[in-house]
Design a binder for this molecule. Structure first.
Ligand SMILES: Cc1ncc(C[n+]2csc(CCOP(=O)(O)OP(=O)(O)O)c2C)c(N)n1
Ligand SMILES: [Mg+2]
Length: 802
């Protein structure tokens, strides 16, 4: 018999057999969960199913070496791993398949993520961190293939920081001095994504404890390896990463997905290397199958050959493990059959329990609404119509909440002529329905913990008379915060040795060391991921993207991962990452963009700060570094060399988020802007004043959140005219600003003139000062637009400019 790593000298043969049978049972139950899961979708009880069949035995082996404090960042095939560690079970698996909107029943996402998206809860009900070092930790899965990679890098990096920075050694709730390793899982085809390579390279450069598994079933949906991977062998082509004689690189292992003993042995070795050397490791699990094809959306008979399908049957990992158990005399066929029968029975029971929980939750609500209808019917409120609605609703066999919503709305329509008093019970029920389902489906986009940005005390700025360059203000802010909080570290391209291209961290690497102020390779996507993973592990990263124009490379993890994190776990996970960048005006097509509309529409769930000066930026960093929320801060590229007064309380003052500042008061027009445009606006306002036009200038300071006190609508009550001045394309961020002012704040009520937007041209800005002048809004444009607005209101007083 092949030696099995788990059969160490200190366990008896009986203990060994019992472990093997327990592993087999988990794999077997997981397989049946997949088989039944597919049926549940095909019979219409669930919407879509994607399962871990074919990957069971490899995951049982991986789970054996996963220790308390370790992390997983993986993808939708990993149900068996979750079952093996008790992080999920078949009932929860089905609760997610049915989309049971309950964190108790479906702890990974409260019914928000489709099936196969795993997570453990890292936060208590109030949003505070739970301890991580005494738990198995699973960062919440996302659907984009390889989207788990950037976060994985950060999870592994955190171990390095906890290990090598003694100031973090007392954070024992988060780490046992960095001994934890981060496990990644990915499908073979997803290794074709650029981010897989970016992260593997970075992990080797940084030498972080990351154990990467590739489940290689030869396909990505219908597309076979020959279209995915050079030489159709991912571990072979990665051999250039193999650890060299200086110990740099990664160890590479392979194991066959149907061979239990081989998998156990390889995972033992792989985890030992990763843990003891604290370096990356790749485990390429080959010869994996996909017994039911990719997902419930299609069947694999359409694209796999008969030979392949036959091979998959023969080399099915459950079949092979079963054979191995019997051949090695670990169990008789009869006992194994008995085990299987009872295991299958348990799966069926758990599936039924999950379905009945799911349905009864909804049926309880339907019953209570039926009672409301009965009460109205008894009081002769639209009796025949409401009776029909009630009967129709109660006749649905497996109702969902949408059916209830439809019935409530029908009831509102047929009672439209009844008085409020007559239909009060219906109105109350409707309100409760909206509130309850807001909680189910729309809550927790942002933090509501005690560390939310809105709970950070406002400490006003105190200025000194010392005039300094703008960069010195943010630099002093970072220095003070890093002194205060050892969890804070900053990294990015050119951030380390030279302290970023604009010197915001100059000298701080010398002061705080390379671990806390660090240069990174040119790889925006994974820089963001490093921040996400490290923030999830209780650290306070500041990830820098050199220019706003290049944030596009890092937008995927911000949008798909960071911005959705609190939401997709219904408050179960958070990652308070601060992303720092700079932009707006400079020169040229890729050095002066301001794609703020794209950004704010992609990152709802994060805050987006657009400070006009380095002092305002510093105040925002002071707020953010005391909160638990993720944010993007876009500094003004042309502000680093402008003179500002060094704040006296640079370490403490805070700028509240979502609060505008009125920089000039005036009665004729409200001019709303932010960032670099403020400077231009101020100059244009002076010119306009010469023509008797008095402009009220409001700096919104943050786009997300936006003017929480509705101060712009207040201003419109006096001026009755609105101009939004923005550097983005027409209809970019200005469309959002208008929507907020006109719709959310009801600003339209106060307008006497058509609101206007002053924006860049549709194209990207051309190079040089003339390119800027003819691409971006200038003082002349702001003057002309506002002047013409006033001309329209009073042509006698303000004759047309043109
Ligand atoms: C970025 C992105 N592109 C495409 C998809 C659609 N998609 C979902 S799974 C999948 C195939 C993944 O294959 P592989 O990585 O081998 O994993 P497997 O499903 O075979 O385990 C594709 C193309 C996606 N989810 N994300
Ligand atoms: Mg595959």
């Amino acid at each position: 018999m092949q030696e099995v790593a788990t059969k160490s000298a200190d366990i008896t043969q009986e203990e060994f057999v019992s472990t093997v049978l327990s592993d087999y049972k988990i794999a077997f139950q997981s397989r049946h969960a997949s088989l039944i899961g597919r049926k549940e979708v095909l019979t219409g009880k669930a919407k879509f199913g994607i399962f871990g069949d074919g990957k069971e035995v490899a995951q049982v082996a991986m789970a054996k070496v996963f220790e308390k404090g370790d992390w997983r960042s993986g993808y939708y095939r990993d149900q068996t791993f979750m079952f093996a560690l008790g992080l999920s079970d078949v009932q929860k698996f089905f609760a997610q398949l049915y989309a049971h909107a309950s964190v108790e029943k479906e702890p990974a996402s409260g019914g928000r993520s489709m099936n196969g998206h795993y997570a453990t809860r890292l936060l208590d009900d109030q949003g505070n961190w739970l301890s991580q070092s005494d738990r198995f930790n699973v960062s919440a899965d996302i659907s984009p293939t390889a989207g788990q990679m950037p976060r994985l890098l950060g999870l592994a990096l955190a171990s390095k920081l906890y290990k090598e920075n003694p100031a973090l050694h007392n954070m024992s709730d988060f780490s046992s001095q960095g001994k934890e390793i981060a496990f990644g899982t990915i499908g073979n085809a997803s290794t074709s994504e650029g981010i897989f390579w970016e992260v593997m390279n970075a992990a080797c450069v940084m030498q972080v404890p990351m154990l990467m598994s590739v489940w290689d079933d030869g396909y990505g949906i219908s597309v076979p390896a020959k279209y995915q991977t050079a030489k159709e062998n991912i571990s072979a082509i990665m051999s250039g990463f193999q650890t060299n004689d200086k110990g740099v690189g990664m160890e590479i292992f392979t194991a066959r997905g149907w061979n239990y003993a081989e998998l156990c042995n390889v995972y033992k070795q792989a985890a030992d290397v990763c843990r003891t050397k604290h370096t990356p490791v790749l485990v390429h699990v080959t010869e994996v199958t996909q017994p039911q094809g990719h997902s419930t959306s299609g069947s694999h008979e359409r694209y796999k050959t008969k030979e392949r399908l036959d091979w998959e049957i023969e080399f099915d990992c459950i079949t092979q493990m079963r054979q191995w158990i019997i051949e090695n005399g670990l169990c008789t066929v009869e006992s194994l059959e008995a085990l299987e029968a009872s295991a299958l029975n348990e799966v069926k029971q758990m599936q039924k329990a999950a379905w009945s929980d799911f349905v009864s939750d909804i049926k309880i609500d339907i019953q209570s609404f039926a009672q409301v209808l009965t009460q109205l019917i008894t009081s002769q409120i639209a009796p025949s119509e409401l009776s029909a609605i009630r009967e129709q609703l109660l006749s649905i066999n497996d109702p969902i909440r949408r059916d209830l919503g439809t019935a409530i709305n029908q009831s509102l329509r047929v009672t439209i002529h009844n008085t409020q008093a007559q239909k009060q019970a219906l109105l109350d029920y409707h309100k409760k329905f909206i509130d309850d389902n807001h909680d189910r489906y729309s809550s927790k986009l942002y933090s509501d913990s005690n560390e939310s940005v809105f709970k950070v005390p406002h400490i006003p700025l105190e200025t000194s008379d010392e005039q300094v360059d703008g960069y010195q203000v943010v630099r002093a802010c970072f220095e003070a915060n890093m002194e205060r909080d050892p969890r804070i570290f900053a990294f990015g391209e050119d951030v380390g040795k030279i302290g970023d291209v604009n010197q915001g961290f100059s000298g701080l690497q010398e002061k705080f060391g390379e671990l806390r102020v660090t240069d990174k390779g040119i790889r925006e996507w994974s820089i963001i991921g490093e921040g996400i993973g490290a923030a999830m592990r209780g650290l306070r990263p500041i990830a820098e993207i050199q220019y706003l124009d290049y944030l596009l490379y890092g937008l995927e993890p911000l949008s798909d991962d960071l911005a959705t994190l609190q939401y997709r776990t219904k408050g179960g996970q958070k990652a308070p990452l601060i992303v720092r960048t700079r932009g707006h005006r400079l020169e040229g097509i890729w050095h002066s963009g301001s794609p703020m509309g794209m950004i704010i529409n992609a990152v709802r769930g994060m805050h987006v700060c657009v400070p006009r000066s380095m002092t305002q930026a510093a105040g925002m960093y002071n707020t953010l570094l005391r909160s638990d929320e993720p944010a993007l801060v876009v500094e003004c590229l042309n502000g680093y060399r402008s003179k500002e007064k060094m704040p006296k309380n640079i370490a403490d003052f805070t700028v509240p988020l979502g609060v505008t500042e009125t920089l000039r008061f005036g009665e004729d027009v409200t001019l709303v802007t932010y960032g670099s445009n403020v400077r231009i606006a101020l100059q244009a306002i002076e010119l306009l004043a010469e023509y008797g036009i008095r402009v009220e200038l409001i700096d919104v300071q943050t786009l997300l959140p936006f003017d929480i006190n509705h101060s712009i609508a207040e201003s419109l009550k006096n001026t009755n005219r609105l101009v939004v001045f923005d550097e983005d394309v027409p209809g970019g961020a200005s469309a959002f600003i208008l929507q907020q002012i006109l719709e959310v704040q009801n600003g339209y009520k106060y307008l006497d003139s058509k609101p206007i937007t002053i924006t860049s041209k549709e194209h990207r800005p051309a190079y040089s000062s003339d390119g800027d002048y003819f691409s971006k809004p200038s003082i002349d444009d702001v003057f002309a637009e506002i002047y013409q607005m006033m001309h329209e209101s009073n042509p006698q007083k303000w004759p047309s400019l043109f």
